[in-house]
Design a protein around this ligand. Structure first.
Ligand SMILES: *[C@@H]1O[C@H](CO)[C@@H](O)[C@H](O)[C@H]1NC(C)=O
Ligand SMILES: *[C@@H]1O[C@H](CO)[C@@H](O)[C@H](O)[C@H]1NC(C)=O
Ligand SMILES: *[C@@H]1O[C@H](CO)[C@@H](O)[C@H](O)[C@H]1NC(C)=O
Ligand SMILES: *[C@@H]1O[C@H](CO)[C@@H](O)[C@H](O)[C@H]1NC(C)=O
Ligand SMILES: *[C@@H]1O[C@H](CO)[C@@H](O)[C@H](O)[C@H]1NC(C)=O
Length: 260
């Protein structure tokens, strides 16, 4: 997965130089060693109660949920140190520099991707957020948000951190309470398998969401990179009707990952 992630920076538009700005946070020794071998910026994240997150943590297993909370705590720590950052899962491929599609308005505290975009960037109604990709600015409001979020760790049985944040937004009005400005990102630009971007000319990232296993994600993300390379060929041949009709491959391995 890490290799596909990195490969996307190579094939993407304006993404090569961003690799220097990546901090790879590894939760197991194998990923950490691989990161060091590639001479990237690497950080080994240790976690409470689990020795090593080595091996696949299937979606919603207990270790999966623990791993997700560990990451929220880590990201809170970064915010407290005053850094703005883009968080990305490694199952997100970067096809364009996301900063060309993110707002640079400093009053926007959080810009977060969605599984399903409701059509209105400012309305939390029916918005299915995805915590696998977002841009957050460090300030007192976002620190409070992450503190409140992490504070719910021991009172959210069977919910992963994303469910808890969604609950805070939908049912507890956290955005209004903290006076946050939250932009929900359109899947046209920040897309995924749940809802494909409708336009190869606009897409910045593709997330292997709505997918259960690493095996399936790897398979279908490789297909995304193939689709992208094909798009680049069509684009350079100036055949706009071919570009318009270019479609993403069906995410077959991912659909099948839920069966059985
Ligand atoms: C940022 O957004 C706010 C609220 O919409 C607006 O008042 C302000 O003019 C914007 N700032 C810039 C630099 O565009
Ligand atoms: C954030 O909170 C700290 C501590 O309460 C305070 O010193 C600081 O001025 C606040 N910063 C802003 C931008 O409100
Ligand atoms: C746990 O969550 C419930 C429902 O959101 C709330 O009523 C209760 O006060 C919480 N308990 C603690 C210890 O935070
Ligand atoms: C495609 O169009 C661009 C700009 O119109 C032009 O510079 C380029 O030579 C064209 N390429 C081909 C293969 O026709
Ligand atoms: C674009 O490609 C299609 C299919 O190969 C072809 O039928 C069409 O004539 C091409 N159009 C242009 C403007 O080259």
């Amino acid at each position: 997965m890490l290799d596909i992630f990195l490969r996307s920076f190579w094939f993407g538009e304006g993404t090569k130089s961003l690799v220097d700005n990546l901090l790879i946070v590894a939760v197991d020794e194998t990923a950490y060693d691989r990161c060091r071998f590639l001479r990237l910026n690497c950080f080994r994240l240790e976690s409470d109660g689990v020795d090593d997150f080595g091996g696949e943590k299937l979606y919603m297993s207990n270790d999966f949920i623990k791993m997700m909370w560990t990451r929220t705590r880590f990201l809170l720590d970064i915010l407290k140190r005053g850094y703005n950052f883009v968080f990305t899962d490694t199952d997100v491929v970067w096809l364009r520099n996301p900063f060309t599609k993110l707002s640079n308005n400093e009053t926007e505290d959080l810009q977060i991707s969605t599984d399903q975009f409701n059509g209105d960037s400012w309305s939390p109604e029916n918005q299915l957020i995805n915590t696998g990709f977002y841009f957050v600015r460090s300030n007192n409001k976002t620190i409070s948000l992450f503190e409140t979020w992490y504070g719910r760790k021991d009172n959210s049985t069977g919910q992963k951190e994303q469910d808890v944040l969604l609950d805070m937004i939908r049912n507890q009005g956290i955005i209004g309470k903290l006076g946050l400005r939250v932009r929900f990102l359109d899947t046209l630009y920040f897309s995924g398998f749940c809802q494909d971007s409708k336009d190869f000319r606009q897409v910045a990232t593709v997330h292997a969401n709505c997918c259960r296993s690493i095996f399936a994600k790897v398979k279908d993300l490789n297909a995304v990179l193939r689709d992208w390379k094909q798009f680049k060929i069509l684009e350079s041949s100036n055949n706009s009707s071919m570009v318009d009709n270019h479609k993403w491959s069906v995410h077959e391995a991912c659909w099948n990952s839920w069966k059985g």
